[in-house]
Design a binder for this molecule. Structure first.
Ligand code: GDG
Length: 466
């Protein structure tokens, strides 16, 4: 078996003592098993191309190959086409799409630059796995450079409905690029349906079966591979608590208070203002919980150079202030809003000590926090997950309280149900949820995907047009 080559926008730090979290868990696991190369942006921005150096670092059997972006690429490829066009559109926010021709040109050119760099490091028997919306043109660029390897793509964010995708500038070109991969992996069945429907309405591709599409003489495999977490690692971290968290937990117990928790990147797709409004509604309809319910919202800073992100930050600060101003007493404030990145080892015990995990994105590819919240629970006295029906995770986690995140009253009602739920029902739901995330963990995800990629019977031809 050849090496695994992973190409993603960012790579993780593989140095000793680094805690790997989120989506990197499955990728690192696969790379270490098979040995390989991980290529991507090193996170730095330089004034011009001449200042961008390529870094090659080896950690055991895994090598990382990284380079900088120029300030123009950062502005137009990364903040521009990736995060001001594709991200909002794929999350159904066409109103936030900020399209300029130069964004798409830079997106295409930056993918070309990465492909050129990586091509020189590829071997004939490498299997290549490309991640996410920043790199849709990667296979097309590598094919142009006569790369005949198996190349798979995994989309971490939702694939939107056909109408929405067809509103994305240059969607025909993006479709052509997608169909240069051998395997296109999505998070959910719903994403696969959306992609099929788009192909049916907007292309001549022949849909042979739910898993196979033919275009000219190419066969492209399609599948859904819900991403998972390292359940054991997270469970272990959640049981390791520190003095401050423990003290706070005991204080809450004495005061008969419970905690509702949410942790997200501060992103408009996560539905944070709707969530704060739902919590406010809950305090209105259940006044008996005023003074007894703490809502902890951790919102780690994200993409602050994009206006839509600074707008939502301001809205949240205003909303948290207004709710606290209205309900707080001398010894209690309902919302604790932390706009900072919290270390991972703190996050897990906080999940464990919270009676409710309130995870209500307006749209999400999967949502790992939902799975982390389940993994962190004490099975003798587990908390309850309230989950948006628009998170990919809702396809798997049906024993959560599933809600429409836009319906403030419904979410407030779910909070009421959650805090009153008898222990036996919480335990029953938790057992089923824990089994599901354990069966479908990060290792399962990468194995399923890579087996499907290696199985595919594909003979790519460069430069075909769809
Ligand atoms: C994309 C897709 C898909 C959050 N706050 C802190 C912190 N986090 C960690 C969580 C979790 C990760 O960040 C967030 O993962 P999500 O899945 O919730 O969301 P995205 O970042 O939008 O990820 C998503 C994912 O890719 C994987 O395919 O599920 O749908 O949008 O691990 O715990 N971690 C730390 N401090 C924080 O304050 N340390």
């Amino acid at each position: 078996m050849g090496r695994l080559v992973v190409i993603s926008n960012r790579t993780a730090n593989l140095g000793k003592n680094t805690q790997i979290g989120g989506l990197a868990v499955g990728i690192v696991d696969a790379l270490r098993k098979q040995g390989g190369l991980w290529a991507g942006w090193d996170g730095s921005v330089v004034d011009d191309a001449a200042a961008a150096t390529t870094k090659i670092q080896t950690h055991g059997n895994v090598t990382t190959l990284t380079t900088a972006l120029t300030s123009e690429e950062h502005e137009k490829y990364y903040l521009g086409f990736s995060n001001r066009v594709l991200w909002p559109a794929f999350h159904y926010r066409l109103d936030l799409m900020d399209y300029r021709m130069e964004f798409a040109d830079s997106y295409s050119a930056t993918n070309e630059k990465f492909a050129e760099l990586i091509r020189g490091h590829l071997r004939d028997d490498d299997v290549i796995w490309v991640h996410d919306y920043h790199l849709i043109p990667m296979a097309a660029e590598l094919r142009k450079r006569n790369c005949k390897n198996k190349i798979g793509f995994f989309l971490h964010i939702p694939f939107p409905s056909a109408d929405i995708f067809s509103a994305v500038p240059r969607h025909e070109w993006l479709r052509y690029c997608l169909l240069q991969f051998d395997l296109i992996g999505f998070q959910t069945v719903n994403d696969v349906h959306n992609f099929h429907r788009y192909l049916k309405e907007h292309s001549d591709a022949a849909i042979i079966s739910p898993e196979v599409v033919r275009v000219n003489d190419r066969t492209i495999n399609i599948g859904h591979f819900p991403i998972g977490i390292d359940v054991q690692q997270f469970a272990k971290a959640s049981a390791r608590t520190d003095d401050t968290i423990e003290l706070e937990r005991m204080r809450r117990k004495v005061l008969q208070r419970f905690q509702v928790i949410s942790a997200d990147r501060l992103d408009y797709s996560k539905g944070l203002p709707h969530r704060m409004k739902a919590f406010r509604k809950f305090l209105e309809i259940c006044p008996e919980y005023q003074g007894h319910a703490d809502y902890l919202q951790i919102a780690s800073p994200s993409r602050e150079d994009v206006t839509a992100y600074s707008d939502i930050k301001a809205e949240l600060e205003q909303l948290a202030g207004a709710v606290n101003g209205r309900f707080a007493d001398f010894n209690w404030a309902p919302i604790q809003y932390i706009n900072r990145n919290i270390p991972r080892e703190k996050l897990a015990p906080l999940f464990r000590s919270s009676l409710v995990g309130l995870i209500t994105p307006l749209r999400d590819g999967m949502n790992l926090v939902a799975k982390e919240y389940i993994a962190a629970q004490d099975d003798k006295d587990p908390g309850i997950l309230i989950l948006s029906k628009f998170a990919g995770a809702a396809e798997e986690l049906s024993e959560a309280l599933i809600v429409n995140p836009y319906d403030i009253s419904e979410v407030a009602g779910a909070l009421k149900t959650a805090v009153a739920m008898p222990l036996e029902e919480r335990q029953l739901r938790h057992r089923k949820l824990l089994k599901r995330i354990t069966d479908h963990d990060a290792q399962w995800w990468q194995r399923q995907y890579l087996q499907a990629l290696q199985r595919g019977d594909q003979h790519p031809t460069a430069n075909e047009r769809v």
